[in-house]
Design a protein around this ligand. Structure first.
Ligand SMILES: [Zn+2]
Ligand SMILES: [Zn+2]
Length: 412
């Protein structure tokens, strides 16, 4: 496949230039010189990188936040770099090494280190393995304040985005929807760099930030979407936006202020709700759930609300996207009003999939019927898929969900 591509890349320009040469000779007029396309190839993956300059951002991802031990290996020989002294030790890629901590030291196979270490592959295309899973870039092993190991993957932003794509959407989705996903994931990551600074890395590999699976979760199609949009981010008034996104909106996206209304949340124009109408194919476009009032009470109490036995739940008010504004819980000790999103989080956001629901109580059980999955703010992933199937390109999709935002190269 690769071979075939290479032949095309070299043969085609050759044929074209021959054609132009003949054209020049026979027509007698000058044909403007065509610049050879300045396509470069990614040093790690060998995939096509756009010619436009890309600001290389190096990102640190916490892949294991705290562990007693981990196994490290390499696809080929690698080096351990002592991050304090910068001393390098060559290691054979034929072995798998058990790494643990003891008395504040890192024990790496038969070697000991008193400071943090970095595992660096001797060839950039060879990956390092952590508990059998392959990662691009470097691995940093750090002793955390609980005297345990923190395992960090240090790599380029584009390679990082490649490792989250299939955790978010299927790589079989239309390419334009994958490109839209790549741009929002990149924008989100850059906006949130340093979120876990106190832990020694930028972002975690969990849903809290964005789920990252390393090289094992990469796919050729989703990687193409990443490299086709390399360096592109969403901006509003020249600033990188907070590109929130969710699985499906159920018809219309939501104003950010209706979901998290605290003093910290502004309501920028780019995060105001818009009509979607493209996400009906999501299996959670219509969902239902039933929770006994007893469980509702228990869940509210474990979330910190002082409620007695729950007698009734009522929805109060609707937002413009038809989501519930507030929930009134009548219980044996009084009444509790809470924001619908807080109620959803207290119940279980994977059971109450959105705040766009209706509820009925029958024989001590609350029956919910709702639409969509997620908070509903920003891009609707299933909607983006529907739009791409309808022929929209990723720029049109993103401009629809993030009103008046612009797609810019990082440097711009
Ligand atoms: Zn996180
Ligand atoms: Zn939608």
């Amino acid at each position: 496949m690769v071979h075939h591509k290479k032949i095309n890349q070299y043969v085609l320009p050759f044929l074209l230039s021959t054609f132009y040469l003949l054209l020049t000779i026979f027509s007698g007029c000058a044909v403007p010189k065509r610049k050879p396309p300045s396509v470069t190839y990614h040093p790690v993956t060998g995939e096509k990188k756009p010619a436009k300059p890309i600001k290389e951002i190096i990102i640190k991802i916490g892949i294991i936040e705290s562990t007693d031990g981990v196994s490290i290996g390499g696809e080929d020989d690698f080096e351990i770099v002592d991050m304090k002294t910068n001393e390098k030790i060559k290691m054979s890629g034929d072995n798998i090494y058990l790494v643990k901590t003891a008395k504040g030291k890192i024990i790496f196979g038969k070697k000991q280190f008193t400071s943090d270490i970095k595992i660096v592959s001797r060839r950039t295309d060879q990956k390092i393995t952590v508990d059998g899973k392959r990662y691009k870039g470097n691995i940093i092993l750090k002793i955390n304040n609980r005297k345990k190991l923190t395992v960090i993957n240090e790599l380029g932003i584009e390679e990082y985005i490649c490792g989250i794509m299939t955790k978010e959407v299927s790589p079989n989705w239309p390419l334009e929807s994958l490109k839209a996903q790549a741009v929002v994931a990149r924008t989100y990551a850059i906006k949130n760099l340093g979120r876990h600074k106190s832990n020694g890395f930028d972002l975690c590999s969990q849903p809290h930030c964005q789920v990252y699976g390393g090289f094992e979760s990469e796919d050729e199609r989703s990687n193409k979407a990443v490299y086709d949009t390399a360096g592109e981010v969403l901006k509003y008034n020249g600033e990188i936006i907070n590109a929130l996104y969710h699985s499906s909106c159920g018809g219309r996206t939501e104003d950010v202020r209706n979901v998290w209304n605290d003093s910290k949340t502004e309501n920028p124009e780019y995060l105001t709700g818009v009509k979607c109408g493209f996400c009906e194919k999501d299996k959670w476009y219509n969902w239902s759930a039933s929770i006994s009032l007893k469980t509702v009470g228990n869940s509210l109490r474990s979330a910190g609300y002082k409620t007695g036995d729950v007698k009734k739940i009522k929805t109060v008010g609707r937002t413009s996207s038809d989501r519930v504004k507030e929930i009134l819980v009548e219980h044996s000790k009084g009444a509790l009003w809470l924001r619908s999103n807080r109620f959803r989080m207290a119940m279980n956001p994977n059971v109450i999939r959105s705040t766009n629901f209706k509820v009925k109580i029958k024989n001590g059980v609350a029956y919910f019927r709702g639409h969509g999955w997620g908070h509903g703010v920003g891009m609707c992933q299933w909607g983006a898929k529907g739009m791409a199937e309808d022929g929209w390109n990723y720029k049109k999709i993103l401009k629809h969900y993030y009103k008046n935002s612009e797609i810019k190269n990082l440097e711009e």
